[in-house]
Design a protein around this ligand. Structure first.
Ligand code: ZN
Ligand code: ZN
Ligand code: ZN
Length: 374
């Protein structure tokens, strides 16, 4: 289980950059401009220690080989990126104008999608150097650029999902009653790292009324007998994300708690069953939401049903009303309906699901029944 997956090759990155150039062309754009962050990791494997005031920028255009503009003092690091053989490196030294150096790469009067996390400092510098270019946000222009996973990416997401499942099986064995939420969150973080995650992104422990706040992480509240407890945890393993939720109960649940949990479980099942190629993203949301609305809790399901996952734990595609783009085999995203009863408790159940030719396949397979913990 903990075997290292084969690393991505320069050819993998070459193919991804070619796909990005093609996607841009299909959208009527001339290319994509990518700053350090998840898009750069996906397209080049290059992960500078931090985005900084020094310009680092990947230029992918249909009519030229990809170029990575990089500060000279970081060029040696960039050369070691797995995708470097598929790139031309263009370095610039302190005291020169990196935007002026980049401008000729952009051509004249052309249109580029710019990665969302590009610093304003850098985009404004490019606009100054190349005022005839038009720039648009990457996830607005090309929201599905990273959405369809190739088999090697899928294998990593499966491994991350299996590791998160192992964490859930272990957390059921720890004591909840009498301990603080933050203590259980610490257990979750330790288990995620033990299971091979390199990074913990979130460890939600929402006990009792805290569970009714979907954004509650974990606090000092001491978990009590009879509490419902929302658990939602994940991070990155081999560079790809996990994200799963289960709701547990301290001791035997009462009939009302069991009923609310049953509704969410049926909604989550309905959402997963709506996954098939060609269905719209919003169909997954509608299927899950209909179950909750029919049960009378529509007003208490206060978020979208799901989000994509890959080199980040939140990315397109979004399972939300109004998202009409179709599901495509290889997409991976969460199906995570919930019911939130202010002052009382919350319930959320979440699996990562991938689209196959035959429908949805869960990457989280632990029991979705309401588990009783001590
Ligand atoms: Zn209870
Ligand atoms: Zn989650
Ligand atoms: Zn999620």
């Amino acid at each position: 289980m903990s075997l290292e997956p084969a690393p991505f090759t320069a050819d993998d990155y070459r193919a991804r950059m070619a796909r990005a150039a093609q996607s841009a062309a299909d959208a009527g754009l001339d290319g994509v401009l990518v700053a350090p962050g998840p898009d750069m990791v996906h397209l080049t494997g290059y992960r500078p220690t931090a985005a900084t005031e020094r310009l680092t920028l990947l230029v992918v255009a249909a009519d030229r080989d990809p170029v990575l503009v990089v500060p000279a003092l970081e060029a040696a690091d960039a050369e070691h990126a797995a995708g470097a053989p598929a790139l031309t490196l263009l370095d610039w030294t302190d005291g020169t104008d990196p935007y002026g150096i980049t401008a000729p790469l952009l051509g004249v009067g052309r249109r580029f999608a710019v990665s969302d996390n590009t610093w304003a400092l850098h985009l404004l510098g490019l606009q100054r150097a190349r005022p005839d270019s038009m720039y648009t946000a990457l996830t607005e222009a090309l929201p599905m650029l990273r959405a369809v996973k190739d088999p090697a990416e899928l294998a990593r997401l499966e491994a991350a999902g299996a590791a998160a499942d192992a964490v859930y099986e272990e957390i059921l064995k720890v004591r909840f009653a009498g301990r603080r939420e933050s203590d259980v969150a610490g257990d979750l973080a330790a288990l995620l790292l033990e299971s091979g995650h390199s990074q913990v992104d979130f460890t939600v422990v929402g006990s009792g009324p805290n569970g009714a706040n979907p954004h509650h992480e974990a606090g000092e509240r001491v978990i009590a007998p009879h509490d419902m407890v929302v658990l939602d945890f994940g991070g990155l393993k081999h560079g790809y994300g996990s994200d799963t939720s289960r709701t547990v109960h301290v001791g035997e649940p009462d009939a009302d708690e069991q009923r609310v949990h049953d509704v969410v479980r049926e909604a989550q099942q309905a959402g997963c069953e709506a996954v098939r190629p060609g269905a719209a993203c919003q169909d997954v949301d509608r299927a899950a939401r209909a179950v909750i609305t029919d049960a009378g809790y529509g007003e208490q399901f206060i978020h979208r049903t799901g989000h994509g996952i890959g080199v980040t734990t939140h990315e397109p595609p979004y399972m939300i009303e109004g998202e009409e783009r179709p599901l495509v085999p290889g997409m991976c995203f969460s199906v995570e309906p919930g019911i939130y009863l202010p002052g009382r408790f919350g319930v959320r159940i979440e699996d990562i699901v991938t689209v196959t030719a035959n429908g949805g396949r869960r990457l989280n397979t632990t029991s979705r029944e309401l588990a009783v913990v001590e």
